[in-house]
Design a protein around this ligand. Sequence first.
Ligand code: TRP
Length: 388
Amino acid sequence: MDDATYGCPRSSSRPPSSATSSSSGGCSRGRWNDPRTASRRCPTDAGDGKKRILTGIRPTGPLHLGHYAGALENWVRLQGGHDCYFLIADYQVSDYAGDIARVREAVWTVALDWLAVGLDPERSAFVIESLVPEHAELALWLSWFLPLGMLQRNPTLKAEMEEFGRTSVPVAFFTYPVMQAANILLPRAHLVPVGEDQLPHVELTRELARRFNRQFREVFPEPEGLVGRVPRLVGIDGHAKMSKSRDNAIYLKDPPSVVTEKVRSMYTDPTRLRATDPGHIEGNPVFLYHEAFNPDRDEVADLKDRYRRGAVGDVEVKQKLAAALNALLDPIRERRAYFEARTGLVRDALAEGTSRARKAAGTTMALVRDALDLDYLERHRDDPSREA
Ligand code: TRP
């Protein structure tokens, strides 16, 4: 990439620096990253000797703290040393088929959230799944080698299908783990940083890669799952998992007052009625969040100690948590605002990343076709009847 096209003017049009990337200058002076904090990757070393990463998110709405601590934070860290593909999995939202408008909107929301946390489209490809239709093609071939029972036993899929309750489950929902395997295998990824609930899908992908490689030819690396610092974040209501559908999430784009209000309403130790009652730390969401997000370890230790002794009120514990969360989210909000005012950059990030993924897909599909011996039309090329 040359600077004539990609250099950003040394002016206020710079994005605010990433919340998580480390400082020190580099040679990348892209439109998307702050020259002060950009990575050290030079335009010529794209992917050289680097392991490939593919991971993804379904476009169903804004991203929350659970996504951040379980995955995004890890992605930002990993993008420096890996060749990354970040996928917006719009083939995999059949449960939102009745609300396509929301999906279309969420594609942008997710891309904005990614930019906001510091994912850098100059280093990492932002990919819209359905614009790389090879995903669907590969998923179909892979499904040949997947026994039905293996899908039926997948614990994550089972739990999600139960959430459908009485309504019927679309076939595409049942088979989404195959699509996910295709997502991972198409760029021949080595690593898949995901939340804990996704590990069964990575395991399935490994199995499919092994079967394909064994039966035909070594085409796919066996990818490894990589779980983030907080594998599963509880919701603000104390439910086991933060999620949009349970309405128990703190979103990366929530303004400070909303975060403060959500924290104020958080579920805490139900056995504690007065600030002078000794409280429980274990399993208390407020303290789980302090652990996960408050970098001031001394403050956390002090609050825990006083809480156990009945020497601090919930109000103070929550105020300190809200302050820590807002400090974490402030730079993310700032970057989000920057890109919200420059939607052309978001568009270019998606377009360029998708085009990169399409190239990688072409390479892999050529290998797959070759392995499967699909060159039907190579036969009878020289038959004289063609001369007519
Ligand atoms: N199924 C994942 C989720 O719900 C999203 C996803 C789609 C994904 N394709 C992927 C994750 C490929 C990792 C790799 O969170």
